[in-house]
Ligand binder design. Structure first.
Ligand code: 26Y
Length: 812
């Protein structure tokens, strides 16, 4: 894919001021003198959006016929806030700050007006956002397709230590970043039945119509020359959402039913991030945005005057996990039923166009839809999936495995249930229907081949590949850590923003005491800032000289926040036992949301909060140990925590975290990692070197062996007195005397089940943590390691990931 740069220069300061004030007056009916911080936020956002929209026209959307346009299909885009990043990208940050200052307004207050765009759960959604940024920066024509949820991921508050969920009303009065494109509305069908037409062909007669209205968000490159777009669909029922007959009969509620239904489809993001629930609304959401996107793509293709036979030459679809996998039968349907192609031609195009990214190995997390449910909502698609399976099993599969029933059953798209229903395995459908399948880190992709799809790997050599995840250095270094960015600019130049390998130039500086001091100083300032936030949010005072030990990610048993907690309790006991010893002061920082229905995860949150309360108020500790759980973890909060982190907790059970991306963000900003050999930690360890990371715990093979021989957590509990004392203190109510049984469920689960083997890794984790404490007491040594982390993690830029996709996935 070639690069193309537009010649246009972006806005000068004067025109910027003029445009900004115009928006204040004409859109908001106010003036610079009267404008509130929120008015400024809106006007600034509109001004930058306009600049991007102008630039979008020149970024090769239409006229660029030769390049393959990448369509990134994702149920989730976790964009966070857009203004700060956009100001930086367009080089207008300082201009805006100065202008606002002249009116006595602080830019930071204005940026704080923005609600995060939390249209995603976690890693997968944030990866999509980083990839959009990098696609623009690589000048690859691309569109992100998703859903314009009215409510994003719930807001989290703590009441008495319990997580409570509140709706995320992120755009009650619209968002200045979104542009509605009603003229590009598309219509899709749902439900209904199949009919035979005059020619004896099967025809789908949907009984319900739905409209998808696109809302666009511009995605500029650094410098703003190249702009792509994110297109999010909002659902709407037809032109007459109100049934006037019923309305006239006085049945008002019934008359508005359609209105309610139509609105529900794009109403709310599902907050589960690993246990598919098989809810029909979720399947409808998946079909809704996928079908709208495919219609949109085909319309554009035709508008360009291109023949349908060349569709795959011009468009590559990337399926972000199996959530948009219904694209495969939908594309077949469009090509055959609407474009009149025969099966083989339609299948060749579909297989050429689709690419699938797998983000999980957990068998229970792989999506399956009941065939009867899918057949009720999408009868034609069920037929097509059956046909795909039939052709596959009787063709390629038979050739490869003959009548080996065991394998045939395993590779089949359908799983037969005892109750007679069949489940559609979306992962199998995705592998069969795609040109490439990728995992998200080397270890994970290896396991995808060896454990998840060994048969498919044998059948389709070269189809399964690896593309290690990455993060955008614009948001996750330049924007969130301006202090470090300035230090880098002074020492290695400014090109690292778009060429992160430049960070290697820091390597010799790791030997310079002056540089180490400067680096440590940046961190200290960031920690002071975070300390102020902690004071405000948690009413806990923390010492910025302490080691900031950070675990920020979704709350999940496999991520093992409970292991971190056991270590905290053991430290607490140690400090009480030896009050005069020279303990390294620590602040443990947590940020995590639990899926609302995930009972144990919520109990772990409660346990952390209760323990925090006891520890933070225990005078005997002399402020050497603090535990804070910042509520409502989200992108904008991550931007404040990451630059202040000394230690990055990446402690999942080996084999369960597909990649992780927080590990990359924290490492890039100079935090040292304590982690297992899991996901991208393996590659991070290779990059930074064994001396600059704290690796502990069982390997994938050791975990498998332990599972094989029958894992008994009680054995670890009994034989390790430190561990026993920690768990006992959860059991016996030491952390909540008025309700001594409160934390029992967590303790009992650890002793008797411990699905993710936290107890088996406890001792090794504790030893690694002791090394961390010792190292932190030797500042030169610590800061040298920190600098080497930043210096050596340039390869984890999402620009590199996108270059890999272009080469290994979308390319030849
Ligand atoms: C089916 C539904 C319940 C579902 C919804 C969301 C299933 C999964 C998800 C989200 C998964 C996810 O975020 N996975 C994470 O993807 C990151 C990007 O590749 C990885 O870094 C991370 O290890 C993985 O857990």
């Amino acid at each position: 894919m070639s690069k193309k740069k537009s010649e246009t220069t972006l806005m000068d300061n004067n025109s910027f001021t003029v445009e900004l004030e115009k928006h204040l007056r004409r859109e908001l009916g106010t003036s610079p003198k009267r404008a509130t911080a929120h008015d400024w936020w809106q006007a600034l956002s509109l001004t930058l959006r306009d600049i991007n929209l102008d630039q979008l026209q020149q970024s090769g959307l239409d006229e660029n016929q030769e390049e393959r346009h990448v369509c990134y299909l994702s149920m989730e885009f976790l964009m966070g806030r857009l203004l700060g990043d956009a100001l930086m990208n367009l080089g207008l940050y300082e201009t805006a700050a100065t202008l606002l200052q002249s009116y006595g307004v602080r830019l930071s207050d204005v940026l704080d007006q923005e609600r995060d765009m939390s249209l995603g759960n976690g890693g997968l959604g944030r990866l999509a956002a980083c990839f959009m940024d990098s696609l623009a920066n690589r000048n690859i024509p691309a569109t992100g397709y998703g859903i314009n949820y009215r409510y994003g991921l719930f807001r989290q508050v703590f009441v008495d230590g319990y997580q409570k969920e509140k709706p995320d009303v992120w755009r009650e009065f619209g968002s200045p970043w979104e542009t509605c494109r009603p003229s590009e509305t598309v219509e899709i069908g749902l439900f209904g039945h199949m009919e035979m037409d005059h020619d004896g062909n099967n025809r789908w007669v949907p009984s319900k119509k739905l409209f998808g209205v696109p809302w666009d968000i511009t995605i500029p490159s650094f410098g703003g020359q190249y702009v792509n777009r994110l297109r999010l669909w909002e659902s709407l029922v037809g032109a007459y959402p109100i049934d006037l007959d019923k309305y006239n009969q006085g049945e008002y509620l019934e008359a508005c039913r359609n209105l309610v239904d139509g609105d529900t489809i794009s109403g709310v993001l599902y907050p589960e991030d690993s246990t598919p629930q098989g809810k029909d609304l979720r399947l409808i959401q998946q079909y809704f945005f996928t079908a709208c996107s495919l219609k949109d793509i085909i319309r554009q293709h035709k508008q360009r005057g291109l023949p349908m036979g060349s569709l795959a030459k011009h468009y590559a679809l990337q399926l972000n996990d199996t959530h948009p996998a219904i694209a495969i039968p939908e594309l077949m349907r469009l090509l055959m039923d609407e474009e009149g192609m025969v099966w083989n031609q339609a299948w060749a195009i579909t297989q050429e166009m689709c690419h699938y990214t797998n983000h999980t190995l957990l068998p229970e997390a792989l999506e399956k839809w009941s065939a009867s449910l899918l057949g009720r909502i999408l009868p034609r698609h069920l037929q097509i999936i059956e046909m795909i399976n039939y052709v596959f099993l009787n063709g390629e599969a038979k050739e490869q495995w003959g009548d080996n029933l065991e394998i045939i059953q395993k590779v089949s798209i359908f799983e037969e249930l005892d109750n007679g229903d069949r489940m559609i395995r979306m992962a199998n459908l995705s592998v069969i229907g795609s040109r490439r399948v990728n995992g998200v880190a080397a270890l994970h992709s290896g396991l995808v081949k060896a454990n998840l799809f060994p048969e498919f790997d044998a059948l389709y050599p070269g189809k399964l590949v690896n593309v290690t995840n990455g993060v955008t250095p614009r948001r996750w270094l330049a924007h969130c850590n301006p202090g470090l960015a300035r230090l880098l600019d002074r020492n290695i130049g400014t090109d690292w923003r778009t060429d992160l390998d430049q960070l290697e130039k820091l390597t010799p500086l790791a030997e310079s005491p002056d540089f180490l001091d400067a680096f440590a100083n940046v961190r200290f300032k960031n920690k002071e800032r975070l300390a102020r936030l902690i004071e405000k949010e948690c009413k806990v005072t923390v010492n910025p000289n302490a080691l900031f030990d950070v675990q920020i990610k979704r709350l999940h048993e496999y991520k093992r926040q409970q292991l971190n907690l056991l270590h905290i309790i053991s430290l607490y006991h140690e400090m009480l036992d030896n009050p005069d010893a020279d303990h390294t002061p620590r602040v443990f920082v947590f940020g995590a949301k639990a899926a609302p229905g995930y009972v144990l995860a919520k109990q772990i949150i409660l346990a952390i909060n209760k323990i925090a309360q006891v520890i933070n108020n225990d005078r005997r500790l002399d402020d050497r140990l603090k535990v804070v759980f910042l509520p409502d973890y989200r992108v904008s909060l991550a931007e404040q925590i990451i630059p202040a982190a000394d230690l990055s907790e990446q402690i999942s059970t080996a084999g369960f975290e597909a990649s992780g991306t927080g590990n990359m963000k924290l490492g890039l900003n100079g935090a040292l990692t304590i982690g297992t050999l899991d996901g991208a930690n393996v590659e991070i360890a290779e990059a930074v070197g064994d001396d600059n990371i704290f690796i502990f715990g069982k390997t994938v093979d050791e975990i498998a062996a332990l599972q094989q021989q029958g894992y008994n957590p009680y054995h670890y509990y009994e034989s390790n007195p430190v561990l026993k004392r920690a768990i006992d203190s959860l059991m016996n109510g030491s952390f909540c005397q008025h309700k001594p049984d409160l934390l029992k469920p967590v303790a009992e689960d650890l002793m008797h089940r411990d699905q993710f083997m936290a107890l088996a890794d406890f001792e090794s984790y504790r030893e690694a943590q002791q090394k961390v404490s010792e190292t932190f007491r030797k500042p030169r040594l610590w800061w040298r390691k920190a600098v080497l982390n930043t210096a050596r993690l340039g390869g984890f830029s999402s620009d590199r990931s996108i270059a890999d996709y272009a080469e290994k996935v979308w390319g030849e």
